[in-house]
Each structure stands twice: as C-alpha cells, then as structure tokens.
Design a protein around this ligand. Sequence first.
Ligand SMILES: Cc1cc2nc3c(=O)[nH]c(=O)nc-3n(C[C@H](O)[C@H](O)[C@H](O)COP(=O)(O)O)c2cc1C
Length: 213
Amino acid sequence: MSVFETVRELKSFRECRDETIPRKIIGKVLEAGRQGPSPGNVQSIEFVVVEDEDKLDMLSDSVNDGRVEDVPTAVIVIADVERMRRRVGDQCYSFCNAEAAMTVQNMRLTAQEEGISSCWITGFDEDLVADQFEIPGGKTPLGVLIFGYTDNPTESPSRFGLNEICFYDTYGNQVDSVFDGFEWGGLREEREVYGKKVQGLTDKVRRKVRKFL
Ligand SMILES: Cc1cc2nc3c(=O)[nH]c(=O)nc-3n(C[C@H](O)[C@H](O)[C@H](O)COP(=O)(O)O)c2cc1C
C-alpha cells in the first residue's frame, strides 16, 4: 500500500475488538515515532506504553470520553519541555507539540499499514496522568495515542475541499479543481455562507483564473 493510500485509509477509530496487538508491531510503531523530525534535533518526545488492564482502566479515568477503556494498547506521548526550553526558550510548548504531532502521525501511518486503527487523544487530565504514571517534573504528557483492531471503521467527518483551502501565489487565488489530471478530493461546488448555500462561486473564480493561465 502506498503512503498516499494509507493516508486516505487513516481514520480515528471509535470501537475495537478485544484483541491484543503483538509486541513486534508495537515496537515497529514506536520505532516509526522515534524516526520523526525534531526541531534542532532536541528529541523531546518519550513514550509510556500501557497494556496492563488495570493501568488502562486508570488511564481511562483520566481521559474525558473514556475512550481508552476497551483498547489493548495505549501510548502516553510525553515531551521533555524543559530540554526544549533550553534550546528554543518560550516557544518550547509549541515546538514540543509540533514534534509530537509529527511523531504521532508517523506512528499512526505505520500502525495503519499493519491493519491497526488509532486515535490521538488530547482531552485528558494532564496532572492526573503525570501523577498516575510517575512522569517526572519538567516532562509533560501531551496526549494519549490509542490503538486497536476495528471491524467497522467509522466514516471520517468530511473535509473542506482543496479548492476551498488551497490558493496559488496569493491567498484567495483559487485554482481549478483538477491539477495536471489529478482529481482533487473533497470538492464542494456549493459553499455555505452564513448558513446559505451559494452556488457557482467556484465557477466564477475558475473562469477568472483561467484567463491568466
Ligand atoms: C490535535 C488533535 C487532538 C485530538 N483530540 C481528540 C480527543 O481528545 N478525543 C478524540 O476522540 N479524538 C481526538 N482527535 C481526533 C479527531 O477528533 C479526529 O481526527 C477528527 O474528528 C477527524 O476524524 P478522522 O481522524 O477519523 O478523519 C484529535 C485529533 C487531533 C489532530
């Protein structure tokens, strides 16, 4: 499966089977995370892998929507914020979050390729998790990445069309929905403006843009 196909398949799962994920696969997923990029190569990200049922129950109590309850494996993604602070100063939190995001996406794509669904959860009690899992001061849990085998993958919520979020050369300069023969996804010919559907806006822009091509 190509990276692009894996990206297209990637969805945040809502329910999973009662099936253990082999350690070998978890290892591969963690290795994919370790290979992620890092600002100044500070490498601020660390993991706590949680498989023990009691520990998963405990983690579940700290996560807002109780999504951890039935999963076989969860990974608490932690950032060494103080180490990042020494390198980048006050921007340390945003840099750690950016590093975590790229790490997590590497892990999710690798898991997906192995037939395992995942979901990145940031709605949780940070202090409680730090306390329960004995995370040292200066290190912050940024999120919980859950994994599981799903029978019924949920439909992803729709995305804005590329013609709505992508511009060329200048912000607002929309381009045609077809790019060199590649059909862009999620296109909407109608746009919602203050709750009303407005037709033909994209056609109008398209005609304008074509004049310059
Ligand atoms: C930064 C971030 C935080 C998220 N936090 C949560 C969360 O706390 N709980 C949850 O169920 N999903 C969470 N998600 C998953 C989103 O809800 C999900 O990606 C979105 O609904 C789109 O669905 P899809 O991933 O299936 O396409 C988060 C995603 C991101 C990128």
